[in-house]
Write a protein that binds this ligand. Structure first.
Ligand code: KG4
Ligand code: ZN
Length: 355
């Protein structure tokens, strides 16, 4: 009979504006074949609260994490039909992220680890976005290239056997998600910007405006999105120094079609750059698997183009289902499986954590 080892992990995620708790069961048949099952994944979104400010207000986010974290944990444990005694390990995001938001998750993890006498693993938020790839139980072949595209980060990571990460490139200015959010703001499309730009782009022509593809031919694996954002701003201004808000909103003086064309052309430019650099990295490092994760990985055009390109190169392509791309605690629990636990006394937050 095969020896199957099961462990139950409680994941906690509060690095930005989602308060999330999840219970994940890891079943290992052998070290290289681990099956992850999500037993519960509670995400309490603060989007409605931050919408009126047009972006995330860190202190407001932290206050709401404090308000929500206990209910999120209770709901996750109840939905998983578990008792605290059934939990083998706690996994918590300790960075990178907003310092006061991270503190809520880490202090909660510290308290329950102490009271329930459980080991606790500190998880890197960016790596958690990559570990979301394990939740489809497809099996990752190493080496792999992971593109993480979120609101605060755009990174290319080389992932070797044993989940050894090496950062090979990153944005030198704005993150891809940040560029989506800023373009949405310019057009008065609301927050968060990514889904709004994607929706508006549906009616637009991606070839209408020839936006720049910054750093697409640079020899490194870095990205830049600030210049592209500025190019969108100048387009909206019609190259004038001042633009009326109505034009930016596609109102009087602008048009709905113009907004749609701007969104479609901008989205295409971002996707082209992300694709070109990721594929070049995949070729250079002769990888077998390509993983895409983070909030921007919810973007349908990015998903489609990355999948097509991976298939044409014979690469295994893994992208989490959409609700597992944006911030949630299930991948945090998976990441915690691979990370050695520490004592509750050693837990700390690292808002600027690097890989
Ligand atoms: O990973 P995530 O949920 O939070 C951070 O760690 O930052 O990513 C949030 C980012 C936001 O910038 C949001 O606008 C972007 O992901 N995003 C999208 C889409 N859905 C979310 N960007 C483009 N297309 C989408 N469908
Ligand atoms: Zn994230």
């Amino acid at each position: 009979m095969s020896k199957r080892k099961k462990i139950i992990i409680l994941g906690i995620e509060t690095s930005c504006d989602e308060t999330s708790a999840a219970v994940v069961r890891a079943i290992s048949h052998k070290p290289s074949a681990i099956n992850f099952q999500i037993l519960s994944n509670i995400v309490m979104s603060q989007i409605a609260i931050h919408k009126k400010y047009g972006g995330i207000v860190p202190e407001v986010a932290a206050r709401n994490h404090v308000k929500n974290i206990i209910s999120a944990l209770e709901a996750a444990i109840k939905q998983a039909q578990m008792k605290p005694a059934d939990i083998d390990r706690i996994a918590v995001t300790y960075g990178p992220g907003l310092i006061t938001s991270l503190m809520v998750g880490v202090e909660t993890a510290r308290n329950i680890a102490y009271v329930w006498k459980k080991p606790v693993s500190q998880v890197d938020h960016i790596k958690a976005h990559v570990f979301a790839a394990c939740l489809g139980n497809q099996g990752v072949f190493f080496p792999a290239i992971a593109l993480v595209v979120s609101g605060g980060h755009t990174e290319l990571l080389l992932v070797n056997r044993g989940w050894k990460f090496r950062k090979i490139g990153q944005t030198v200015d704005d993150a891809a998600g940040e560029a989506f959010d800023k373009v949405a703001k310019m057009l008065g499309l609301g927050f968060p910007g990514g889904p709004a730009v994607e929706q508006t782009a549906k009616e637009g022509n991606p070839k209408a405006i020839d936006f720049p593809r910054p750093m697409i031919r640079s020899k490194d694996f870095n990205f830049s999105f600030a210049g592209l954002k500025t190019a969108v701003l100048y387009t909206l201004r019609g190259n004038k120094t001042h633009t009326s808000p109505s034009l930016m909103r596609g109102g009087k003086g602008g048009s709905k079609q113009r907004s749609a064309d701007v969104c479609a052309s901008f989205q295409q430019a971002v996707v082209d750059v992300l694709m070109a650099k990721t594929i070049r990295a995949a070729k250079q490092y002769k990888v077998k698997t390509l993983i895409v994760g983070g909030g921007v990985a919810a973007n349908i055009l990015l998903r489609k183009i990355m999948e097509e390109k991976s298939q044409s190169l014979g690469l295994k392509f893994i992208i989490p289902e959409i609700k597992l791309c944006t911030d949630n605690a299930a991948p945090v629990a998976v990441a915690g499986y691979f990370k050695k636990p520490v004592s509750w006394k050693k837990l700390k937050v690292e808002p600027n954590l690097e890989r």
